[in-house]
Design a protein around this ligand. Sequence first.
Ligand SMILES: *Cc1c(COP(=O)(O)O)cnc(C)c1O
Length: 251
Amino acid sequence: MTPDSPVVPDPQEVAQISANLAAIRTRIDAAAAAAGRSPSEVRLLPVTKTVPEDRLRAAFAAGVTEMGENKVQEAKRKSTEMADLGIHWALIGHLQTNKAKDVVAFAHEFQALDSLHVAEALDRRLQAAGRSLDVYVQVNSSGEESKFGLEPDAVTAFLAALPVYSSLRVRGLMTLAAHTDDRERVRECFRLMRRLRDAGREAGTVGDGLLSMGMSGDFELAIAEGATCVRVGTAIFGARPTPDSVYWPGA
Ligand SMILES: *Cc1c(COP(=O)(O)O)cnc(C)c1O
């Protein structure tokens, strides 16, 4: 793409994404109201993995200013291609220590912190760059062996160990619920998260105490149990070409 041939978003694409966003926002607001919560407490983070640049420019035209990506390389590439838009990039997938440098280069937020090695690597790079990073601690709330994230009983000690990494701003906890149609099992995952968050609040270690949980298939349940950020991909952008096992092994 040369500077004199800007990508002009397809108006139909913009209209379709706008309609999908509005429909999701309506459902979020209804779920919050049903739970006796203020809809403004629930942030919608559009998840843009596998969605190509032209559609993301359409999404931006439809009002999307935050994008969640699972993989560092894809996120980094997109943040470069779309640097002109000033998007807030949230990395929501597992990170290897050796990629910390890349995260510091583009991400505004990292929602999948689950190791002190990664915390240490990020902090070192952030200190060198003179910046901070919003982080959520990822918890494996489903007990599924394949999921990333801390075991629930490791969360207390993990949170207590984070303050030394002073460039990390702890916002709260993040999870993927069990991959099942059993609504009660899914709800249990979200309840567990809420309990862990409440314990962290009590201990004063969970930062802002936010809860990032809920995706296209379960965000209403997550909101009922206290989600403050829902990460929604397919319900906005349609089905992905890649299977979910690419992102969370075993899905
Ligand atoms: C892809 C992804 C989502 C969104 O999933 P959908 O089912 O498409 O809404 C949420 N969280 C994470 C970590 C993801 O990788």
